[in-house]
Design a protein. Structure first.
Length: 258
């Protein structure tokens, strides 16, 4: 046995089951694929059944997947703002070692045009859905000891951009929950952290390439990719980060905030 055979690289998710929300496209899909490549059994959910099925098909061919692993992945379409559908998802998950809350909506509206119904929709999707899904997973004892919870925030929670108030507020609320949650679940060696990316090149924002290319000039290290976020999620899910909790990791490409 050589040294390489003896060394087990710590950045892996072998033997773990991970739920990824918003896995039908963009960041959520990238997280699901990279978790599978890292050795995890992945449970994927999203509202679009057809696109979710495409993600499931990609999981079966992801490079580095364990032999026969694809059959262990689970696909369960759900609208996480619907309590009944959320309950069905939790029932389908089985025991979990990690959750990545990647589902969400953009939520852009200037305050003078803001309607309460729109603000409630943004809060429901970006704040209440991950909050109540976590509550239900804990209540149903679906999370194993040592489980890692990863919430998708944004640097918008800390910066000011015209018209982005509803989205910024929803992400700030999400981050406000992380510290108390981390303390509550610490007795079971569970952890809660947030990832706060800057602008990420996803289908949600890249339809207008001219606008996106102009925004990219603001980032000294360039725009983020879905894979950048996925690799950070894997770090937070893996045992190597077992002492990291109650934090947010900024993936802002060096953009000045002021």
């Amino acid at each position: 046995m050589n040294g390489q055979d003896m060394f087990q690289h710590p950045f892996h998710l072998r033997g773990k089951s991970v739920l990824v929300t918003g896995a039908s496209s963009g960041i959520g899909r990238a997280v699901a694929l990279e978790c599978a490549r890292a050795g995890a059994r992945v449970v994927i959910t999203g509202r679009d059944q057809a696109r979710l099925a495409q993600t499931l098909a990609l999981l079966g061919t992801a490079p580095g997947a364990e032999p026969g692993q694809a059959s262990g992945h689970v696909c369960c379409a759900a609208d996480l703002t619907d309590p009944a559908q959320m309950a069905d998802l939790v029932a389908a998950c089985g025991a979990l070692d990690g959750v990545v809350h990647a589902a969400g909506v953009h939520g852009v509206a200037p305050l003078r045009m803001l309607r309460q119904s729109f603000m409630q929709m943004v809060l429901d999707a970006n704040f209440l859905a991950p909050l109540m899904l976590t509550q239900l997973l804990l209540a149903k004892k679906s999370l194993r000891n040592g489980a890692s919870l990863v919430f998708m925030s944004s640097i918008a929670a800390h910066t000011g951009t015209v018209g982005v108030g509803p989205y910024s507020a929803s992400k700030a609320a999400l981050e406000g929950m992380i510290g108390p949650l981390a303390l509550e679940i610490a007795p079971r060696a569970m952890r809660a952290n947030a990832i706060a990316p800057g602008l990420v090149d996803t289908p949600l924002v890249n339809e207008d390439r001219a606008w996106l290319d102009e925004k990219a000039k603001m980032y000294p290290l360039g725009l983020g990719t879905p894979e950048d976020v996925a690799y950070t999620a894997i770090y937070l899910l893996a045992d190597i980060s077992r002492k990291v909790t109650g934090t947010r990791l900024h993936l802002d490409g060096g953009i000045p905030w002021t």
